[in-house]
Design a protein around this ligand. Structure first.
Ligand code: RUQ
Ligand code: CUA
Ligand code: CA
Length: 640
């Protein structure tokens, strides 16, 4: 930056990074962080952004007209949406409305989108807010198959599915008995029939515990609150079954053989206040034996609660003491762990300590052994627990035996070697798990490697989604942008190669190569049962006070120049875009009626409203489509 002096954010540049960490809102959290004694053993942090210069200049730039090599699909936090970025450029290509309203697309405005989001009896939206955290695509044979992406809604406990051919949300399911649905992960294979090698289930973890019948009774004693783990059918999106557990859920991971799903638990205390949630030294990583749970459901060994019909099996500790019949296995993990990630070779799960400076490595085969009754103590499934730094959260893998964990308090990414960590845990003093560190700016939450949650992990990039960007960008108001920092992990040393500003609030992403982005450009008109297939079919039909307007768009006209309705009519407009040309999208807006949406080529959408304001209303195209785009309008005449 050559104009640094003009930058009001410059003041903070000279403030030491440690000082910054000390003054952020984590003070309360830091009290509970155990000391990391082994920091001297780790290599010093590299110099951050200045680490790349000289020979690399231009190497990570995407020249005009060139395509990005990778694409990241990122959740949008409390914006309720999902986003698609290019990498390494960081260019934002798309915002996909999911749980939020979006007036460009008309999400939450058209009848079709309202039906997906969910409506009340009067037809209005059930919820207007959403909080997306974790995005994961469907799998086939251990890697992404390009069908769907699943994303959670923490605030209202909903799971959404996005079709990867259109990049649009096509189904949303609300989970019963759940608050604070946080972690989500699809299965990668069928646990019983291994020939079914693709995603058929999606697992959902509830972070908050609530009374099981949350009806205003029994609200005071938090010991009676419960958290539930849910399984949703990936195709129908119906909730298949749920598991009642001890403690809470948080993030979710699944095994490559489909047999296990797991969730980290930070509140095994069932505390209601944060200090109550930090009282024990070990919480847990909780494993679910999927096949056994489905057998129990089939055998009728379940209950239902609170008016929900979904079968709930008992996964509490007391009921699952016998490994041979247990549905769940609680592996003790220090302390308030956050994040659990399966390694691409299918062998391990890394579960970060958060308030412990460690990452715990759990061996998949040993958890299965416990379920077979051959491993006595679930804790013995932990095969390594390297000290890696302060506030470890999420881990990505490079497919070459290394793990990369975000350190929230240290504001670093730490690279550690899995085999060395295992040796060191066995007592080999010469084994040094930590092989590199790099500073990030600042306080990373999630981090993810390219294809790192598939067997095709390629070890090219790591993206660090940071919660603060202080001193990296000009503050553009009290709400600063967040940073997503791109790190080249292809060599021995990590190399920071780009700072990307991200609108609040990036939580989780996946990084996929360009070859996996295969979208259709034009809809099939036959996919819409209500399509108006010919401009000649445009008309107005009346049944009592219900009026349907059949309309088409074709640049630069709508199929009707004008139409007339009466005050008090319930008007439904069905609009088909007859244009077949790629990217020839039209918009449709009615002033004062709060109607606005787009129709893509060969797509049909509809809106319904009460014509309660008499007068002339110019319905116009909102999406620049043609030299006569401004002229592309029709009149709605509402008679008094
Ligand atoms: S959590 S910063 Cu919502 Cu993904 Cu770990
Ligand atoms: Cu059609 Cu602008
Ligand atoms: Ca705890």
């Amino acid at each position: 930056m050559s104009d640094k002096k003009e930058n009001p954010g410059q003041d903070s540049v000279n403030v030491s990074r440690r000082h910054f960490i000390g003054t952020t809102a984590v003070a309360g959290l830091a009290v509970g962080v155990a000391a990391c004694n082994d920091k001297s053993a780790a290599p010093a942090a590299s110099a951050g952004s200045s680490a790349h210069a000289g020979a690399d200049v231009g190497k990570y730039e995407v020249a005009p007209g060139q395509l990005d090599e990778y694409y990241s699909f990122s959740s949008g936090g409390h914006s309720g949406e999902m986003r698609i970025y290019g990498l390494p450029s960081g260019r934002l290509f798309k915002r996909i409305p999911v749980f939020n309203m979006d007036c460009l697309v008309g999400w939450g405005i058209t009848n079709e989108s309202k039906k997906i989001i969910g409506t009340k009896a009067d037809g209005s939206l059930k919820y207007h807010t959403g909080d997306t955290h974790h995005v994961h695509p469907s799998y086939k044979d251990g890697t992404y198959d390009g069908r769907y992406i699943f994303v959670n809604d923490k605030i209202h406990g909903r799971l959404a599915r996005i079709r990867m051919d259109t990049m649009e949300t096509d189904k949303i399911t609300e989970l019963p008995l759940v608050q604070g649905f946080h972690g989500v992960f699809p299965d990668k294979r069928d646990p019983v029939d291994q020939a079914i090698n693709y995603t058929t289930r999606v697992f959902c973890g509830a972070e908050f515990s609530i009374p099981l019948d949350n009806n205003g009774k029994n609200m005071n004693d938090t010991k009676d609150y419960r958290s539930i783990f849910s399984c949703v059918d990936a195709e129908t999106m119906a909730v298949r079954w749920q598991v009642l557990i001890d403690g809470n859920c948080d993030l979710v991971a699944t095994s490559y053989d489909g047999k296990l799903a797991c969730t980290n638990q930070y509140n095994t205390e069932n505390g209601a206040h944060y200090e109550d949630m930090m009282t024990v030294e070990q919480d847990a990583c909780l494993f679910f034996n999927v096949a056994r749970i489905e057998e129990a459901v089939k055998a009728g060994k379940f209950k239902t609660y609170g008016g929900s019909k979904v079968p709930v099996v008992d996964g509490t500790k007391a009921s699952n003491a016998d490994p041979k019949t247990a549905l769940t296995c609680y592996v003790p993990i220090p302390k308030n762990p956050h994040g659990v990630n399966a390694s691409p070779d299918g062998k391990y799960y890394a579960c970060s300590g958060k308030l412990s400076p460690t990452a715990s490595l759990i061996e998949h085969a040993l958890v299965l052994k416990w379920f077979d009754g051959e491993l006595k103590n679930p804790r013995d499934a932990v095969v390594a627990e390297p000290e890696i730094g302060l506030g470890p959260l999420h881990t990505g893998f490079d497919g070459r035996g290394n793990a990369y964990t975000t350190l929230f308090l240290d504001s670093q990414i730490v690279k550690w070697n899995v085999e060395a960590a295992i040796k060191s845990y066995k007592g080999d003093k010469s084994a040094k798990p930590v092989v590199d560190r790099i500073d990030v700016q600042y306080q990373p939450g999630h981090g993810f490697t390219s294809m790192g949650e598939t067997k095709d992990a390629d070890g090219k990039y790591f993206l660090s989604d940071n919660k603060f960007s202080k001193d990296r960008f000009l503050p553009v108001g009290p709400l600063h942008p967040e940073t997503a920092q791109l790190i080249d992990i292809s060599g021995d040393k990590m190399k920071l190669v780009a700072d990307h500003a991200v609108y609040s609030e990036p939580h989780d992403s996946i990084i996929i190569p360009r070859s996996l982005v295969r979208t259709r450009q034009v809809y099939d008109i036959n996919d819409f049962p209500n399509a108006v297939k010919d401009a000649k079919d445009c008309r107005v039909e009346r049944k009592g006070k219900k009026v349907t307007v059949y309309l088409t768009s074709q640049a630069p006209t709508f199929g009707l120049r004008e139409w007339t309705v009466k005050r008090g009519d319930e008007v439904t407009i069905i609009l088909t875009n007859l244009d077949k040309v790629e990217d020839l999208t039209h918009g449709f807006a009615i002033p004062k009626y709060d109607i606005q949406f787009i129709v893509n080529p060969q797509e049909t959408k509809s809106v319904t409203f009460i014509a309660d304001k008499p007068g002339v209303y110019w319905c116009y195209c909102t999406n620049f489509c043609h030299a006569l785009h401004l002229e592309m309008r029709s009149r709605m005449l509402v008679e008094a």
